[in-house]
Structures are given as C-alpha cells and as structure tokens.
Ligand binder design. Structure first.
Ligand SMILES: *Cc1c(COP(=O)(O)O)cnc(C)c1O
Length: 406
C-alpha cells in the first residue's frame, strides 16, 4: 500500500474514537471526577439508543416530518463560473429553524428523554444553539434552561424572543464579561446542582467524550443524504466537498458521507476575520496549537499563557477558539484540508449568492461559499464542488445592511 492510501485508510478507520474518546491524539475523556461518571452514563445510553430500532425510527420520523429532510442538493446555475467547476449546495438552510443545528438538538433531546432526564441545559452565544434546543424541547415536552451572557442578550434580540416564545427558561449571565465563556461557567454550575435530572447539551462536535462522536453521529445524516443525492444527480462523486468550520459539526456531518472515497477532497473553511496576520480571526486549525481546552484535546488559538485567546469572526457561530477533535485528526493525517475566508470575503459571498441564485445564506455558511467562488474558476468544467449551506441568513440581514451601508 502506498503511503497516501495508508494514511487515508487510517483516517477513515479511526474517525470513530478509541474507547477513551480519542480521535488520534485529540478529544479524550473529561478529567474531573465529579463529571466523569455522568458523561460515561451519557455515552452508554447513547450507544444503547443508537442500537435500538425504536429510537432510530423515532429519529427518522422527526427528520422527515418535522425537520423536512432530506434537504435537497441544488446545482447552482448562475453562481458556477463558465469554464470552471460546477458548484452544488446542500440545502441545510431549508431545515426547520433554518440551520443544521436542529439535527443534533433533536437527537440530544430525544436521548435525554430516553434517559429519564427532566431538564435540558446549555449555554448559547449568539442564540442559534439555544433556539434549536428550545425548539426540540418544546416538541418533546422537556424543560429547557439556556444560559446566555447579558451582552449577547442585548445583541441577539430575535433569537432571545424566539427562545422566550418557545418556553425555555433563559438565564441572563452578568458575571465576568457577560458573554459566551461566562455563560459556559454559569451553565456548568447549574448542571452540577442537579446532574441526576439534567442533560447538558453541547452544540457542536466539541467538549469531552462522548459529545464529539455523539453530535457527529446525529449530523452524519447530512453526508449520507448528500452522497446518495449527488450520485443520483450526476452519476459520480463531487471533486471537493466544502463546509465552514466553527466547532466543526456541520463540516463533519458532510464529510462523514465521503470519508471512504479517497478521490473526494474534504475542505473545511475557517474564519480568517480581519486577516490571518491580525489577532482578529478564529482560524483554529490554520494557526492554533494542540493542547487541552474546555475538557478535551484539540488545536486551539492560544494566548502567551496557553489560555484560549480572544477570537473574532463576523459570523458569531464560527467564533470559537477550539475545534472538534475529528478535524484535528483529519488535518494531521492529511485526509482533510483547512482553508480560510475573511469577514470581507464572507460579506461578498453573502451578497453574490443572494443576488445570483436568490438564496440568502447565513454568514457562517458564506465562508464556505466564498471558498467555492475563489476555487471553482481554477478547476475544470467536468469537476464539481459540493458546499454545505449550513444555514439561512435571516438572522444576519439587519447586520449586513448596516455593515455594507445598503
Ligand atoms: C452554529 C453554526 C455554524 C458553526 O457550527 P459548526 O459546529 O462548526 O457547524 C455554522 N453555520 C451555522 C448556520 C450555524 O448556526
């Protein structure tokens, strides 16, 4: 076997973590004796649920009749450059609640209910995770408690209103800087008050085991559908599959469908913010270093003291200093490639997609679109790029109007 083939086989084989939750060198179990048994219980319950036909049938029913899956693949007409690669979009923006997050929130809340938990708890930054979780909790009749910094509450009005209407208990967090990292601490304190009855729902493929593999499993529906749809539509495989990377859940969901196709290039697009040569970005895999952050080992952007560095992206969903362990492993093995797009490129792609195809993307997804716009003209017309359109842009329209002075 040549080296490249061996690396590929290795990457595919090990995208399931080892029994301690490591993907290669990344991920791993929590190092806190108070929490370790709780997470072991979740991991065991998750394995039982996934092997249970009733659980699977319930999940499939909701995906089809509630979320609106399968989401289509759309071959763009005007966005694809003449003489270059054809650009296809996997339309996760058409899901109920407008993004891919509902895929794992439904799974996590179904699991919580099956475990006999009474309450689902999480923190949220911009409120996207909070809204998807509050939606799943309303549907499945679970109590929902969301911790959110007061600064974020003031900034994210529509999402705050949605969460209130959906009936979740929104806890404003004013300690520290009143932003996401304080909300994380506050949610954790609340969790430890009643872990017996509470399920902590993480919003990406991040955190300690079993969350990365669990959220990956719930998101892998994107890649499974996309692979089948792409073959039906074109008779072959895409040349490149592309997704934006914040924590990495929508990207790993799409990649899952193509890992065992060595001819398909996997590309994750990170936020380069105001530029990779500034300190205002969140390009974790491009410029970060490995270490332990938030209870798991990953690449993360570090300050001089090794603490997670402050990060910036115009897309709040990408604004995270670390990244899921699967992506760290895929980077090291060379199975996936990680590129970046700046705030300015994301704004431009947001407008280009809106005006060429009549599809307003989330600013997060616009990073993946920006890469495709840059890349497609350099490829051949018989080649193709499949972009995961992770969400729709309704939440971003006022911000874009004011930023671009429209
Ligand atoms: C939250 C979010 C993301 C980033 O999260 P990942 O875990 O990296 O997928 C991307 N797109 C949208 C629309 C989001 O809401």
């Amino acid at each position: 076997m040549n080296i490249r083939a061996e690396i590929l086989e290795n990457a595919t084989a090990t995208l399931a973590p080892d029994s301690n939750g490591y993907f290669g060198e990344y991920g791993g179990p929590i190092d806190d004796p108070r929490v370790a048994p709780l997470l072991a219980e979740i991991g065991a319950a998750f394995d039982l649920a996934m092997a249970d036909e009733t659980f699977q049938a319930g999940l499939m029913h909701l995906r089809k009749h509630y979320v609106g899956r399968p989401s289509p693949i759309y071959p763009t007409t005007n966005l694809s450059p003449a003489g270059g690669a054809r650009i296809y979009l996997k339309r996760e923006d058409l899901n109920h609640t407008g993004a891919h997050k509902i895929n794992h929130c439904l799974g996590e809340v179904m699991l919580a209910k099956r475990m006999g938990k009474k309450r689902v708890l999480a923190e949220t930054g911009a409120g996207q995770h909070g809204v998807a979780l509050a939606t799943a909790c309303a549907l499945l009749d679970m109590e929902c408690e969301i911790h959110m910094g007061v600064v974020d509450i003031a900034k994210e009005h529509p999402n705050v209103s949605r969460m209130k209407i959906l009936g979740c208990d929104l806890v404003p967090v004013s300690m520290g800087t009143g932003t996401l990292k304080d909300a994380v601490d506050s949610a954790f304190i609340s969790y430890m008050k009643d872990p017996e009855n509470t399920f902590f729902a993480i919003g990406s493929v991040t955190g300690p085991a079993p969350y990365p593999r669990m959220v990956q499993a719930f998101q892998s529906v994107i890649g499974q559908e996309a692979r089948q749809q792409f073959v039906e539509l074109t008779g072959g495989m895409p040349t490149e599959v592309v997704a934006c990377v914040g924590g990495g859940s929508n990207a790993i969901g799409l990649f899952s469908g193509f890992l065992d196709e060595p001819g398909v290039t996997l590309v994750g697009v990170e936020p380069a913010g105001k530029g990779l040569d500034t300190d205002k970005h969140a390009a974790t895999l491009t410029l970060g270093k490995p270490g332990v952050m938030h209870g798991f080992r990953c690449y993360y952007l570090q300050g001089e003291d090794g603490e997670p560095a402050p990060v910036h992206s115009v897309a709040s969903g990408l604004d995270y200093p670390g990244v899921g362990p699967q992506h760290c492993h895929l980077k090291d093995t060379g199975r996936a490639r990680y590129e970046s797009a700046t705030d300015a490129e994301a704004f431009a792609a947001f407008m280009t997609l809106s005006r060429s195809e009549g599809i307003i993307p989330a600013l997060e997804s616009a990073h993946a679109v920006a890469y495709a716009i840059r890349r497609a003209p350099k490829m051949r017309p018989d080649q193709s790029i499949l972009v995961n359109l992770s969400g729709r842009g309704d939440k971003d329209i006022d911000f874009v109007i004011s930023e671009l002075g429209l």
